[in-house]
Design a protein around this ligand. Structure first.
Ligand SMILES: Nc1ncnc2c1ncn2[C@@H]1O[C@H](COP(=O)(O)OP(=O)(O)OP(=O)(O)O)[C@@H](O)[C@H]1O
Ligand SMILES: [Mg+2]
Length: 310
């Protein structure tokens, strides 16, 4: 276990920003913290990063108490804060030089690592331009680069794709996967469930300062349902077709609305060949088939009665 946090609490007057959070980070994983605005994501990772002192609780990094000894975590941590923190009049290279020196990097070694992160983040072409002329997405990428120069063991990213162009966004997501495949451990916070679904091995869902669910994507989906929803569109619904579908033991429920048929199907079963076979046998003209898994949005809705972006 890389990080183990127990019963973390941080209150700001009446606001229970973080209210009894237990959280584990395993070596090599991409851990997602998903939650709406104000859920307590930034406060949680600020405590893990030793920027904010918890009112209560315990945080261990490889069994060392990092509330007492923050230097242990600071040495191995790369933090990408929610707000971009760069010098606008300096170029990407000059900014990275500044951050590199803070980490004690100099000369050739600093240069080598700078080229490495500029390459990784696709910024080589414009690394000499002032940051103030960069798009929001490019600034974000420099910010990520600054957190990577010292080859951290743990990278913490706080909503790194908010308000940026789709190209930078997909570049950032790709970079996170790449870093993970090289063995880096990542904590990634977001209120975009698609990103967390795409990236993360394990996910904590936060709301009002508490972890309301945790697990792998599939474990979280199981909280809503073990079934996928399959939607068929056909030209004419026949009794025979419906009867044939019903006979499959993996089909748990059928609902017909006009020319559309909705099936609840066991998630581990591949229904497609049965559908094709049955439609051919009953002479039904199949127009479309869609399989929908429960999403993390469905999980959040199921647990709280609200959407993630309400
Ligand atoms: N320094 C502070 N002083 C007072 N209240 C704070 C402070 N930091 C956070 N809060 C409050 O604590 C709660 C949790 O905030 P936090 O920033 O951790 O949430 P978040 O999940 O990161 O939200 P967002 O998605 O908007 O970044 C919010 O209600 C916030 O207003
Ligand atoms: Mg935040």
């Amino acid at each position: 276990m890389l990080i183990q946090a127990r019963n973390l609490k941080k209150y700001y007057k009446k606001v229970r920003a973080v209210d009894g959070v237990d959280l584990e980070v395993r070596e090599g994983e991409i851990l997602g913290i998903l939650g709406p605005n104000g859920a307590g994501k930034s406060t949680t990772i600020s405590m893990i990063s030793s920027l904010v002192r918890p009112d209560e609780g315990e945080i261990l990094y490889r069994d060392k108490d990092i509330i007492k000894y923050p230097q242990y975590i600071r040495k191995i941590l790369g933090l990408v804060p929610q707000e971009v923190a760069l010098y606008p009049d300096l170029s990407a290279r000059e900014n990275l030089t500044f951050f590199g020196r803070l980490y004690g990097l100099r000369g050739k070694e600093l240069n080598r690592r700078m080229n490495e992160v500029l390459d990784l983040l696709g910024l080589n072409g414009r690394s000499g331009d002032s940051i103030k002329n960069y798009s929001g997405g490019m600034k974000r990428r420099v910010n990520i680069g600054a957190a990577l120069l010292h080859h951290p063991e743990l990278l913490i990213m706080d909503e790194p794709t908010v308000g940026i162009d789709p190209q930078s966004r997909s570049h950032i997501l790709k970079t996170v996967k790449e870093l993970s495949s090289r063995g880096m451990t990542v904590i990634y916070t977001s209120h975009y469930m698609e990103e967390v679904e795409f990236l993360c091995h394990r996910i904590y869902i936060m709301d009002y300062g508490k972890i309301i669910a945790s697990g792998t994507k599939d474990e979280l989906r199981d909280m809503v349902s073990r079934d996928n929803t399959v939607e068929l569109q056909i030209d004419t619904v026949t009794e025979r077709f419906i009867g044939d579908l019903k006979r499959n033991i993996h089909v748990k429920h059928i609902n017909v609305e006009g020319s559309r048929i909705f099936l609840a199907v066991d998630r581990d079963y591949n229904i497609l060949s049965h559908i094709f076979h049955t439609s051919e046998k009953s002479g039904v003209n199949l127009q479309s088939v869609q399989i929908k898994k429960p999403t993390l949005e469905d999980v959040f809705l199921h647990l709280t009665g609200r959407g993630l972006r309400d």
